[in-house]
Design a protein around this ligand. Structure first.
Ligand code: ADP
Ligand code: MG
Length: 206
């Protein structure tokens, strides 16, 4: 489609992989429910950023995604909106929202949040691995896994924790990796953890 090609060229989008869908170039075309569109309007966002436009339709057709785009390019919503759509499709949703697990704070309140049962865990690898080792969380129901800031996590030495965590998650899942840079350490872990991912790159990357 010439308009897809023009949009990709204009925004320096490179894609590789099978069955790559056209980018979604407006929020209205995204197929998101009204409650999400309302929040986007409230935030004052006029149109998707290129990484959002191209990674959404890939994620929403349940393919694995590698997304490489610089800091500030809008990667969060790239995986979050398809994640919301994923949760809406789940039969066993708890409807009780997210839990954040991070180091440098007491574990007690985080453990109590987990005990409510949650649909989303947002975690740093060190703290999540600690809580897994305490057997206070199970990842056996996880079906949508995002490795955000993949390059930063590896730079900080968290590769062993990431690998231990992912071993606890069923193979039958969708995996998305978002990163600002694409060095060989990140490529290697992507090769190990993702299955036939579609790769989206915005601009030129290191
Ligand atoms: P990254 O993870 O790539 O560094 P973020 O997801 O943190 O980028 O987004 C960077 C900033 O851009 C945030 O302030 C976010 O609210 C804003 N933003 C995200 N998507 C859009 C959009 N479609 N239009 C305008 N601003 C956006
Ligand atoms: Mg980010």
């Amino acid at each position: 489609d010439p308009s897809t090609e023009a949009y990709r060229r204009r925004h320096e989008i490179t894609v590789t992989g099978d069955n790559v869908p056209a980018p979604i170039t407006s929020f209205e075309a995204g197929g998101f429910p009204p409650e999400i569109l309302k929040e986007i309007q409230r935030a004052g966002f006029a149109s998707p950023t290129p990484i959002q436009a191209q990674s959404w339709p890939i994620a929403m057709q349940s393919q694995d995604v590698v997304a490489i785009a610089k800091t500030g390019s809008g990667k969060t919503l790239g995986y979050l909106l398809p994640g919301f759509m994923h949760i809406k499709r789940l039969q066993n949703s708890t409807r009780s929202g997210p839990t954040c697990l991070y180091g440098g704070a007491p574990k007690g309140p985080q453990l109590r949040d987990l005990d409510r049962g949650v649909d989303v865990v947002v975690a740093t690898p060190g703290r999540l691995n600690d809580i897994l080792e305490m057997r206070r969380v199970s990842l056996k129901q996880v079906s949508y896994l995002v490795l955000d800031e993949a390059d930063r996590m590896l730079d900080m030495g968290f590769e062993p924790q990431i690998r231990k965590i992912v071993k606890e998650i069923p193979h039958r899942r969708q995996t998305l990796m978002y990163t600002a840079t694409w060095p060989k350490e990140v490529r290697r872990i992507a090769d190990d953890l993702l299955v036939h991912p579609v790769q989206v790159t915005i601009g030129s990357v290191d």
